[in-house]
Design a protein around this ligand. Structure first.
Ligand code: FAD
Ligand code: NAI
Length: 475
């Protein structure tokens, strides 16, 4: 006799585990199936984000930033730090501990919210009366039935054709987060979010890093002025980014990797590296779901086709997160998970795609919400722009980190904020104010008139708002 649930969530990443908790809060009998295994073979819910994504990458960014500060910035504060060394094994072990704390936290939350957790692979067996039958293949095989199914199976790293990941020399995000020693020479393909974050970690620790990017523009999705400022900072740090390259043959022998490519000038270049990280985007994951058993519709990229409410072509089957359209971000997955649980309960779940923030956790951090200046031009929207450099912000000077700016874009007629773009210290935190402002459809004048604590980095946001009306006070 199979176990019966109101809602079964397949996938325990940020989309899935949050959907399961919200559905349980709403009074449903809920199960969540996740197959991720820790080193001991036990459950490790949290998905890509917790295990090989957001959390471990931020742990390594933190460790490597401390190392960089100790080496290069302590002296200006009068602190002598000699013989600073990095124990990579310890750094990776700390990262693993942080990951485990998050895995354990999710298991605790499942217990607290009475979500039944299944460790194994979930797949469709077929339709059942009033729902679906699912198989769970873990240490044992189980059959469960669900009235409603939420698929949150995430994504996998895209490999370059002909160059599979071996996670020894050719690394995906997984291998990139557990390199055992600082590579002397590190090559990366793709100067997107992972390329910049992982490139920064290993550069700070002493690797000679070259990032090869196919597009001629740097961070094309980012506001041009912000991307230019960020590129200047990365160049200064010695992060070598080559744009407009065409990657050719890649030879992976046990001594390392050779990348043959044509540079933007059309010259043939041979790049030897100890390790290669391939960070050229991710592909939606439906492997092993047995979607054919129920006729679930996928698009040409392999993503599950959903409407604006995350409904699939099958009644009672929903999909959220990286496995569907839209930005591949943990907080987007979470918002969709909550909205779907609420829709199942007959409520009006809501995700505002216009106010999803993006953050790149490099130094300087890059964060934005809403439209860029180039998008507004392309959309033919009349706008006003104001920016304020951290150089003129007292807190940034006290921190010793004055790179970058806050830039605000507002409608020329209504003054509604249309986009906020930040490059600089704590951009990841500062962007939250802009998200709130845009969600409440604030004008730049609203932000300009709000009292911001002094001295704080957030004053740069207020000043950028004042700059929209050409009346900055401190610049
Ligand atoms: P996932 O997190 O991928 O979770 C899917 C889960 O489903 C996995 O545990 C998988 O094992 C499981 N699963 C799949 N199929 C089955 C099955 N058939 N049965 C059972 N279980 C199954 N986003 C941010 O917002 N901020 C960041 O800082 C950030 N940093 C990142 C850094 C890196 C290096 C990477 C790779 C990604 C990063 N992301 C970040 C993106 C973020 O990780 C994803 O957007 C997010 O994890 C998507 O959540 P999800 O729930 O859709 O899928
Ligand atoms: P990405 O889409 O951010 O960047 C991929 C880059 O590779 C692009 O610039 C693209 O032009 C380039 N590229 C693609 N094919 C190429 C080729 N053959 N040769 C050279 N360059 C090529 O993808 P990335 O960095 O792999 O990250 C995947 C996703 O994970 C991100 O888009 C994001 O959604 C998520 N992520 C989010 C983070 C965050 O929020 N801080 C951190 C890391 C990942």
């Amino acid at each position: 006799m199979s176990k019966q649930f109101d809602v079964v969530v397949i996938g325990g990443g940020p989309g899935g585990y949050i959907a399961a908790i919200r559905a349980a809060q709403l009074g449903f009998q809920v199960a969540c199936i996740d197959e991720w295994k820790n080193a001991a073979g036990g459950p490790a819910p949290g998905g890509t984000c917790t295990n090989v994504g957001c959390i471990p990458s931020k742990a390594l960014l933190q460790s490597s930033e401390h190392f960089e500060h100790a080496n290069h910035h302590f002296a200006e504060h009068g602190i002598t730090a000699t013989d600073v060394k990095m124990d990579v094994t310890k750094m990776i072990a700390r990262k693993d501990t942080v990951v485990k704390q998050n895995n354990d936290g999710i298991l605790y939350l499942f217990k607290k919210n009475k979500v039944t957790f299944f460790h194994g692979r979930g797949s469709f067996a077929g339709k059942a009366e009033g729902g679906y039958t699912l198989n769970v293949a873990g240490k044992t095989e189980e059959s469960i039935t669900a009235k409603q199914v939420i698929i949150a199976t995430g994504s996998n790293a895209r490999a370059l054709p002909g160059t599979p990941f071996d996670e020894v020399n050719v690394l995906s995000n997984d291998g990139a987060l557990r390199v055992g020693a600082v590579p002397k020479k590190l090559a990366l393909i793709g100067s997107g979010v992972i390329g910049l974050e992982m490139g920064s970690v290993w550069r700070r620790l002493g690797a000679e890093v070259t990032i090869l990017e196919g597009l001629p523009t740097f961070l094309g999705a980012v506001d041009e002025q912000i991307a230019k400022e960020a590129k200047k900072a990365f160049d200064k740090q010695g992060l070598k980014i080559e744009l407009g390259v065409k990657v050719g043959e890649i030879v992976n022998d046990k001594n390392g990797v050779t990348v043959n490519y044509t540079n933007a000038k059309g010259e043939a270049v041979v790049l030897d590296a100890d390790k290669l990280i391939v960070s050229i985007g991710r592909v939606p994951n439906t492997i092993g779901l047995n979607t054919e058993a129920v006729g679930l519709q996928l698009d040409e990229r392999g993503a599950i086709v959903v409407d604006a409410d995350c409904k699939t072509n099958l009644p009672g089957v929903w999909a959220v997160g990286d496995v569907v359209r839209g930005p591949m971000l943990a907080h987007k997955a979470e918002e969709e998970g909550v909205a779907v649980a609420e829709r199942i309960a007959g409520q009006h779940g809501h995700v505002n795609f216009n106010t999803i923030p993006w953050v790149i956790y490099t130094s300087p951090e890059i964060a934005w919400v809403g439209r860029t200046e180039q998008q507004l031009k392309a959309d033919g929207v009349a706008y006003k722009a104001g920016s304020f450099p951290f150089l003129a912000n007292g807190r940034a000077r006290a921190l010793g980190d004055t790179t970058g700016m806050v830039k605000m874009l507002a409608d020329a007629t209504t003054d509604e904020i249309l986009g906020v773009h930040i490059v600089g210290p704590s951009a990841s935190e500062l962007i939250a104010e802009a998200v709130v402002a845009m969600e409440f459809r604030a004008s730049s004048e609203d932000i300009a008139r709000i009292c911001h604590a002094h001295p704080s980095l957030s004053e740069a946001t207020k000043e950028a708002a004042l700059a929209v009306d050409k009346r900055t006070l401190n610049f």
